[in-house]
Ligand binder design. Structure first.
Ligand SMILES: [Ca+2]
Ligand SMILES: [Ca+2]
Ligand SMILES: [Ca+2]
Ligand SMILES: [Ca+2]
Length: 407
């Protein structure tokens, strides 16, 4: 009788637990003032640059700030990106086939595609979507959270997949300025020796116009060809008006592939095969990628935060601020591997360089519901066993007939 009751009790407990685990979708508790995005625990790049500090202090980017991502386009329907993609309202509510805002581009609702010269900026590669997510993936409990999750991303497509024509950069940078982008993020580049002088001159001119004329901050990837052993920074990163970004690993060492040279201005998380960078990918996916392409948007995101902190900063002032607050790595002072050092979101905004986010604590917060459920089951079990072993009535436990079997 007792044995039967004992068995059914365990079965009920087991079925209750299985029922809860399979049917209940418990609420996710944000850990203190941190984002509750699902993969935040894996976003070591976000953490290494102290984006947790800026986020918890309310610096998430000004919604009026436009960051142009010149790349392979962006997954416009991605649930973690769609709300942060710039929408040209004059074109959205305008007449199809008519350049409603008179900027020279017909129906440019979400940026422009300079590969096909159309308004279709969707991403068929994933690279552009990945870079965009590092800057501004939405703070919405799903996927990841960007460095500046409240800014708007302007997709400018210059590459279909893998390779593009550098000449598209002239119109792409000009377009970003027409659309009043505050930051231009370029996770692309070419060997400076292979860019013809005429084209280089044209691109240099539009970079100067963006920098001095529009006050736009330009950021570009240093390149991923260090294994070739050549001291060289890719173009346009090597242009003195562009912030050239090298890549670091999870432990803040130089990523083996990251190009180096005197033009490297800052370093940022780019990852390697042991720990890559997680971000949004095309077709509503997420992917782990590594490269200076991933380092560049970390800096672009911090620039956006800095412009929320002080809107009046010129590109020169932005760079001075980023460089003076960077976390020095490698040889003391500026060096050709890390530039001024690892970009530092907290330091740049005058905030304490003390993490408010810990992935292990976050794990406990996220699994609080299950931890409490299992703890409750354990308490039930303990009470059950305590009651079961307790003697009934006033008789001593050993007065049962079994006691006499000894003789
Ligand atoms: Ca237009
Ligand atoms: Ca139109
Ligand atoms: Ca998200
Ligand atoms: Ca250094």
């Amino acid at each position: 009788m007792v044995k039967k009751r004992y068995q059914s009790f365990h079965l009920i407990l087991l079925f209750t637990l299985v029922f809860l685990i399979t049917t209940v979708n418990p609420p996710v508790h944000a850990y203190l003032n941190n984002p509750n995005d699902k993969y935040l625990m894996d976003q070591w790049g976000w953490l290494n640059i102290y984006a947790d500090v800026t986020y918890s202090n309310g610096y998430r980017g000004d919604n009026a700030t436009i960051v142009a991502v010149i790349d392979t386009g962006i997954d416009l329907d991605h649930p973690d990106l769609k709300d942060n993609i710039y929408t040209n309202l004059a074109e959205k509510y305008g007449t199809p086939g008519v350049d409603d805002d008179g900027n020279g581009y017909i129906d440019d609702i979400h940026g422009w595609n300079f590969v096909d010269d159309t308004n279709d900026t969707s991403d068929h590669d994933g690279h552009g979507s990945h870079c965009a997510g590092i800057i501004a993936a939405t703070d919405n409990s799903i996927g990841i959270c960007g460095v500046a999750p409240d800014v708007q991303i302007l997709p400018i497509k210059v590459i279909e997949t893998h390779k593009g024509d550098l000449s598209n950069l002239v119109d792409a940078i000009t377009y970003a300025c027409i659309m009043n982008a505050s930051v231009i993020s370029m996770s692309l580049g070419a060997d400076p020796d292979e860019v013809g002088p005429l084209l280089k001159n044209k691109i240099n001119n539009v970079i100067s116009a963006a920098y001095y004329g529009n006050g736009t901050v330009l950021v570009a990837a240093a390149g991923n060809t260090d294994p070739l052993g050549i001291e060289e920074v890719m173009y346009p990163a090597c242009n003195p008006l562009v912030i050239a970004v090298g890549a670091t690993t999870k432990s803040n060492t130089k990523a083996y592939y990251s190009n180096y040279g005197n033009e490297v201005e800052l370093a940022a998380p780019g990852g390697d095969s042991s720990a890559a960078i997680i971000s949004t990918y095309n077709e509503s996916n997420y992917a782990q990628l590594g490269g200076t392409s991933m380092a560049c948007p970390h800096v672009s995101g911090v620039v956006a935060l800095l412009l929320q902190w002080n809107k009046t900063l010129t590109p020169d002032e932005v760079r001075a601020r980023l460089n003076s607050t960077a976390i020095d790595l490698g040889d003391p002072g500026k060096d050709k591997y890390f530039g001024y050092g690892l970009v530092n979101a907290a330091g740049a905004l005058g905030l304490p360089q003390a993490h408010v986010y810990n992935p292990i604590v976050d794990w406990f917060f996220r699994n609080l519901w299950w931890i409490l459920t299992l703890a409750l089951a354990a308490v039930f079990l303990i009470i059950y066993y305590a009651l079961r072993s307790k003697p009934k009535g006033g008789e001593p436990a050993y007065s049962a007939s079994t006691t006499y079997d000894y003789y």
